[in-house]
Design a protein around this ligand. Structure first.
Ligand SMILES: *Cc1c(COP(=O)(O)O)cnc(C)c1O
Length: 429
């Protein structure tokens, strides 16, 4: 499938008059339509709820759109909990799926009434102590995170390596954890697992569901615990490359339903709610990083230097991840060159694309970097004193709203107090 930006060159030229590049822009219409497709795919399950993984795109305006579409928040840190609360997600609208969790984060989760998902068996005692110290009762509802170990395979394909992942409890531990929690008065249970990331196949969730449903039946038999929900977590991916077949969420929902009816219904467990914690699937395709070509360099290769850098989008530098690039206003079938597309960090991995065939690029051209709506802005950082960009929302009526301003040097200097470091850019030096 060809990748077409959700903004036109004319729109970008117009936006440019108010908001300079680089910036991330998000497509409200696309976000809402996709969230509705997810909801429809799981409509067969009356308790279904998506908890948007806040770490993917921690912007309260986007979280509000998702909340309006029925999504809660999946948090794993103190500030993510505060963001969830800010958009009105409290109590059972928060799933707190953290690991190596500091005490103050559990304390805030308890105060907000979040559903707590325990990553480790030792976290039972840890949480009990936190609850005691902050004067909160131990929760009556608890989720436990499961890690089956080994490799996660679909057919003959190895999808991921849970045995090498720091998350979750072993099979033996989760049974023991349930028994301990029951003795402590926990009445309602959930189980959770995240076994493969960015899966572009309709078979991931159904296979994960099969494993978790089998575990739920076993846990009920061995402990008698009342399992109320099964959390399939994140991991449903998006096609970053053109030509990749996207997931069909309707097929995925149907695949999970088949396993549910095969495993849970015969066991008399057909009142269990299905939860998801999708991040990438919810937002990645509905965000673009918009940047301009500011330099052309010819040495041993052809380079185009952008006004964005890895601080705005880390995935290519960190994982060698492919992000599609559209040179706006240029014909993809016209004259082309093999380019390296770079940012300005003093780091040779600061490249958005290496040896990529693109239409001939002129200085000043707008480049749209696709699929940056999740794990894009949020993974940003300040290396080389680079500042975080603005975030814009393309609203359903076609207007553009600033949903986070760009950082200024004052933001960069805000965490120390040092005489002379309050220089403003406009100062006459
Ligand atoms: C990162 C994460 C998610 C979201 O993952 P995606 O790949 O963006 O869907 C969900 N749950 C947990 C616990 C996570 O750490």
């Amino acid at each position: 499938m060809e990748k077409i930006p959700f903004v036109t060159l004319e729109q970008l030229q117009k936006i440019d008059k108010t908001y300079p590049t680089p910036y991330h822009i998000y497509d409200e219409k696309g976000i809402r339509e996709n969230a509705r497709r997810l909801k429809a795919a799981f409509a067969w399950n009356s308790g279904f709820k998506e908890y948007f993984a806040v770490k993917a795109t921690p912007n309260p305006y986007l979280m509000t759109i998702l909340r309006e579409e029925g999504c809660g928040s999946d948090c794993s840190s103190y500030t993510e909990l505060l963001l969830a609360k800010a958009v009105g997600n409290v109590g059972r609208d928060i799933m707190f799926s953290s690991n190596a969790t500091p005490a103050e984060e559990f304390a805030l989760a308890l105060k907000l009434g979040a559903i707590i998902n325990l990553d480790d068996i030792t976290h039972i005692d840890f949480l009990a102590k936190v609850a005691k110290d902050c004067g909160q009762p131990f929760p009556e509802t608890i989720c436990c995170r499961y890690n089956p170990g080994g490799y996660f395979e679909l057919g003959t394909d190895i999808m991921d390596n849970p045995g090498d992942a720091k998350y979750g409890m072993t099979h033996e531990q989760i049974i023991k954890a349930f028994k301990t929690l029951q003795k402590m008065g926990v009445k309602h249970f959930g189980i959770h697992s995240f076994l493969a990331s960015n899966t572009v196949t309709n078979d991931y969730y159904p296979e994960l569901a099969r494993q978790l449903f089998d575990l739920a039946v076993e846990l009920k038999q061995k402990t008698g615990a009342a399992i109320e929900f099964i959390n399939l977590s994140g991991g449903v991916g998006v096609p970053y490359r053109p030509g990749q077949e996207p997931n069909d969420i309707a097929v995925i929902g149907e695949g999970v339903r088949k396993q549910y009816e095969k495993i849970l219904t015969p066991a008399g467990m057909d009142n269990i709610a299905i939860f998801t914690e999708l991040g990438r699937f919810m937002l990645a395709p509905y965000g673009h990083l918009v940047t301009k070509a500011i330099h052309r360099k010819e040495t041993y290769k052809h380079y185009i230097g952008l006004d964005a850098c890895a601080c705005n989008l880390m995935r290519p530098a960190m994982y060698g991840a492919y992000h599609h690039i559209t040179v706006m206003g240029k014909d993809v079938d016209g004259p082309s060159t093999i380019y390296d597309i770079t940012g300005s960090l003093c780091e040779n991995n600061d490249k958005f694309a290496i040896d990529r065939e693109l239409p001939l690029i002129d200085i000043g051209d707008f480049l749209v970097i696709h699929d940056t709506g999740a794990h894009g802005f949020s993974m940003g950082y300040n290396y080389n004193g680079k500042l975080r960009s603005a975030e814009l929302l393309l609203q359903e009526d076609g207007s553009v709203k600033l949903i986070r301003r760009a950082e200024t040097p004052a933001d960069y200097f805000a965490t120390f107090d040092f005489e002379g470091a309050d220089i403003k850019v406009e100062d006459d030096l």
